[in-house]
Design a binder for this molecule. Structure first.
Ligand code: FE2
Ligand code: FE2
Length: 205
């Protein structure tokens, strides 16, 4: 397993092993249980197989892993629904058709989530509404919304370091994301990936 794959694996599948094969249920309030390891893996395999952009590129699995990590970090302070945060990380860019201007990719990601609900994960109607809204509007630059939605958007924006952009606190909707500690942690994740990404490109010539 490459270094990048190893990092992604440890972010997305922490503590995998016996006892992780729980029910498909979305779990207790606030989505605390999130996806089981088994369903997360199956879902990600499905998303990988239909992805139109580079799985290891700027909007691929490593980005999703960091958005998930950023979102769950912020959720400790914002009280966001962790299940929605995780699903957002996996779906918001899953239907991109290019790495640049792709206006409706968020809405398409939300539609895909609706299609796959019940097959790889379950969620309440409220959770699906939040997920669809968060996916659809994640690149609209908004900073006012439900705390779970804002947490999703900030988790994505905090990963701008991967393309050499320092997130502007003005465009972050939660207080938790605007702290020096959150921004530093997210940048650290993004920069570590940039080094690995450059190295991979160099090796590929
Ligand atoms: Fe996006
Ligand atoms: Fe994104």
């Amino acid at each position: 397993m490459s270094w990048v794959a190893g990092v992604v694996h440890s972010i997305i599948f922490p503590g995998s092993g016996a006892g992780s094969q729980l029910a498909l249920s979305h779990g207790p309030p606030n989505g605390e249980a999130q996806l089981t390891i088994h369903h997360r893996r199956s879902l990600l395999e499905h998303l990988r197989d239909q992805l139109a952009v580079d799985w290891w590129g700027h909007h691929g699995i490593a980005h999703w892993a960091r958005v998930r990590a950023n979102g769950l970090m912020l959720a400790r302070d914002t009280g966001a629904n962790r299940h929605v945060v995780e699903l957002f990380a996996f779906f918001h860019d899953a239907r991109r058709i290019n790495e640049y201007d792709d206006e409706d990719h968020g809405a398409r990601g939300g539609t895909l989530a609706k299609r796959l609900k019940g097959r790889y994960f379950d969620a309440t109607d409220d959770e699906m509404d939040l997920l669809a809204y968060a996916c659809t509007h994640h690149s609209d630059g908004m900073t006012q919304a439900d705390p779970t939605v804002l947490t999703c958007w900030d988790a994505d924006r905090l990963d701008l370091g991967r393309v050499g952009i320092t997130p502007n606190p003005k465009y972050l909707g939660t207080k938790a994301a605007r702290t020096e500690a959150s921004m530093a942690k997210a940048n650290q994740r993004a920069e570590a990936w940039c080094d690995a990404f450059d190295e991979r490109r160099r090796r590929q010539g």
